[in-house]
Design a binder for this molecule. Structure first.
Ligand SMILES: *[C@@H]1O[C@H](CO)[C@@H](O)[C@H](O)[C@H]1NC(C)=O
Length: 282
């Protein structure tokens, strides 16, 4: 291009950059707006927790909501099959006619385990040894924070259990609100750039993130065999709380995706994942 035109294009790019700055101001305000609404959502979510745990029974007015239609149940079952659930509470959700024959315990048993297992992204992470632990999950909350650092915390609340002594496990996600100086044109709003987990205080022999393997060794010289046991790392949902610290791009990317999905979808709409109706959105 002739120099005068090039010069004008440079001006256009500068204008574009100014737009990005305005856009990031918009997202900053949106973040604050979300925080202001958090209290109103919290009221609903607290009531949800009470009903799930069985500490209250919903009033007739609260329970005045149409039954799930057959086609909704069918769709939910179909989608759930795709996520290849194993047995346990997971398989029962949505089978309303059957569960009526069972004596009803308090609350909604297995609510969070079922909801999590219905999310494809998460069901892959939940191993057999994790399930009894996740039955103690009483709530998942998201707390948004802003200030010097911006981001959100996922809080996993647990009832007292035989596996670990924490009552809550946390995962922090930190957001970059402004365009990355090195790649400004990639900006599409706040982006997760870092996360941190927490220490799980496993009780003796209950660490779900390790397994003991036995190996038969043969002595080179004598040929004598002996069995040795070794503790190795195991796949587990609870590795979620021990994310890679180094930039292992792919691993972190999928971790960020999971954190984002929990915040935006699963926590606000848990009941629809419990029934399977929320799966369509995935
Ligand atoms: C549990 O296992 C992990 C390895 O996956 C290890 O880093 C951690 O220290 C163990 N925790 C306890 C309390 O044994």
């Amino acid at each position: 291009l002739p120099e005068p035109v090039k010069r004008r294009v440079r001006a256009l790019k500068k204008l574009q950059f100014r737009s990005l700055e305005i856009e990031s101001e918009f997202y900053r305000e949106l973040h604050d707006l979300e925080m202001r609404y958090a209290d109103r959502f919290a009221e609903q979510l607290n009531r949800r927790q009470q009903i799930v745990l069985g500490s209250v029974e919903p009033t007739d007015e609260e329970a005045d909501w149409p039954e799930t239609t057959e086609s909704e149940v069918e769709l939910a079952n179909l989608l759930r099959e795709k996520t290849a659930l194993t047995n346990g509470a997971g398989g029962q959700a949505g089978d309303a006619p059957q569960s009526q024959q069972q004596p009803a315990g308090p609350g909604v048993p297995g609510f969070w385990l079922t909801a999590l297992k219905n999310v494809d992204l998460l069901s892959q992470m939940i191993r057999d040894q994790d399930e009894p632990i996740l039955r103690h999950l009483t709530d998942i909350k998201v707390i948004t924070f802003s200030g010097e650092q911006n981001g959100f915390v996922l809080e996993f609340h647990f009832s007292p259990n035989e596996y670990f002594s924490n009552s809550m496990l946390t995962k922090h996600y930190y957001l970059r609100m402004v365009p990355d100086p090195e790649h400004p044109w990639d900006y599409e709003g706040p982006e997760i750039v870092r996360c941190s987990g927490c220490e799980i205080l496993w009780k003796a022999g209950k660490n779900a993130t390790v397994k003991v393997v036995r190996k038969v060794q043969k002595h080179r010289g004598s040929g004598q065999k002996r069995t040795v046991t070794k503790t190795v790392e195991a796949d587990s949902f609870f590795n979620f709380f021990n994310p890679p610290t180094q930039e292992i791009e792919d691993l972190l990317q999928s971790d960020f995706e999971i954190g984002h999905f929990l915040r935006e979808r699963v926590i606000p709409r848990a009941v629809l994942y419990f029934t399977g109706e929320g799966l369509e959105d995935e």
